[in-house]
Ligand binder design. Structure first.
Ligand SMILES: [Ca+2]
Ligand SMILES: [Ca+2]
Length: 414
């Protein structure tokens, strides 16, 4: 650098010399300034370049993810990030095996490494697990064996010929499958695995099982166990109803399954039928003629024959069919006068002790009397009752009409 010092008297430079030195310093300074500005410009350029490069890098980072990957059918994908450097893994459901890449990485070029994997059903039959000529059925995650005749078990490993228990319709071989090494045996409907032998299914005795069931009996009458099921049976004279559990009386009179003769009437009863023939009564002093199949009327009486005119004017016959143990009291029959001739109409029960034990007669309105059952009757039984309706005028007898009711009570309560 240039030194400017103090000078003493004769040693000091002349004015000309000083001016020359100052010019030289000025030149040097401007040269320095130029080079300094040049460096600044270069620095600015570099900073600008760096700035634009950094911007490009940042915009590039936003798009730096790989394409979304799907999980394979019957499998799963682990890992959600699809950006550069991240990894996803693939798994298959039980019973399937992975074909392709187990894991893939999102690379710098935004392309996944490896191959998209698939899940393939494992063929459990590949190892021929069914023995003794059994046919293997490959199923998802399991297999089953259809055994050749004489063999049973999950892999047809058991000989059935020596097993008495596996013969007959009430015993069937079970169907077994192996799921992940565990044997599961099932039976046809109506059969169950009994005891320790999972290879054998035995018939379920539904009749025994539900004998005292709270939900009600299986059958209205009787239960018959069958191989793989059961059925209900009904007594003679009844059909099993469509629902399979109830019994319905067969109408022998409507279906001509009766042997009644032409002069008889067929009366259908619960569990059977009756052939009845109405014969007019034979009583002293009066004669009767049949005016309809169920009715007899008195022939006109000779004049002044009091015994004849006191005899019943008519006999009517009625037949009822009822079930055993019918609840009582209940009205069984009504007798009505079409019109009243006299001033009094009386209704009364005729017949012996048997009739009085089960029946009574009540008036239900002015012209009607009713035969009531007063106590349940245990069948099978046939009960008879006679209702007498008499007409009076000032206590003088005008007429008497008898209605004979025959009640056929069945053996069963249905
Ligand atoms: Ca059964
Ligand atoms: Ca019948």
């Amino acid at each position: 650098m240039i030194l400017i010092g103090l000078c003493l008297f004769q040693d000091c430079p002349s004015r000309q010399e000083i001016q020359g030195s100052l010019k030289q310093v000025q030149k040097l300074l401007s040269a320095h300034e130029a080079s300094y500005l040049q460096s600044l410009r270069n620095l600015k350029k570099k900073i600008n370049l760096l700035q634009s490069n950094a911007g490009r890098q940042a915009s590039k980072a936003i798009n730096s993810t790989c394409m979304k990957l799907d999980a394979p059918v019957n499998g799963r994908k682990l890992g959600k990030s699809h950006s550069i450097g991240h990894e996803v893994h693939f798994l298959c459901d039980p019973g399937y095996e992975l074909v392709g890449s187990e894991s893939r990485i999102c690379q710098e070029n935004l392309i996944w490494s490896g191959q998209q994997p698939t899940c393939r059903d494992i063929n459990e039959c590949a190892s021929s697990p069914c023995l003794n000529g059994g046919t293997c059925m490959d199923e998802v995650n399991q297999f089953s064996c259809v055994c050749a005749k004489g063999w049973a078990g999950a892999t047809c490993q058991n000989h059935t010929h020596h097993r008495a228990a596996t013969t007959g319709p009430f015993v069937r071989p079970s169907r077994c499958t192996i799921v992940q090494g565990t044997t599961h045996c099932t039976c046809e409907p109506g059969y169950t695995i009994s005891g320790r032998d999972s290879n054998t299914c035995t018939d379920i005795d539904e009749c025994e099982l539900f004998h005292n069931g709270q939900a009600g009996r299986l059958c209205l009458h009787a239960c018959v166990n069958t191989a793989g099921g059961y059925r209900c049976s009904c007594p003679v004279g009844y059909d099993v109803t469509q629902d399979g559990r109830s019994c319905r009386d067969i109408d022998e009179c409507a279906t001509r399954q009766n042997n009644c003769t032409n002069d008889q009437m067929c009366i259908n009863t619960y569990g059977g039928f009756q052939c009845v023939r109405v014969d007019c009564p034979k009583i002293p002093n009066a004669t009767y003629v049949k005016t309809s199949p169920m009715r007899c009327e008195r022939n006109p009486c000779p004049v002044d024959n009091k015994a004849c005119s006191q005899a019943p004017n008519s006999f009517s016959y009625h037949y009822l069919a009822v079930v055993s143990n019918l609840s009582a009291p209940r009205v069984m029959f009504r007798v009505s006068a079409l019109r009243q001739m006299g001033d009094t109409l009386r209704f009364s029960l005729l017949g012996g002790r048997q009739a009085r034990r089960h029946f009574t007669v009540q008036r239900s309105d002015r012209l009607t009397g009713q035969l009531m059952l007063v106590s349940p009757v245990q069948g099978p039984a046939t009960l008879e009752a006679e209702v007498e309706m008499s007409e009076l005028e000032r206590r003088v007898h005008l007429g008497k009409y008898i209605t004979k009711v025959t009640m056929f009570v069945s053996q069963y309560e249905f």
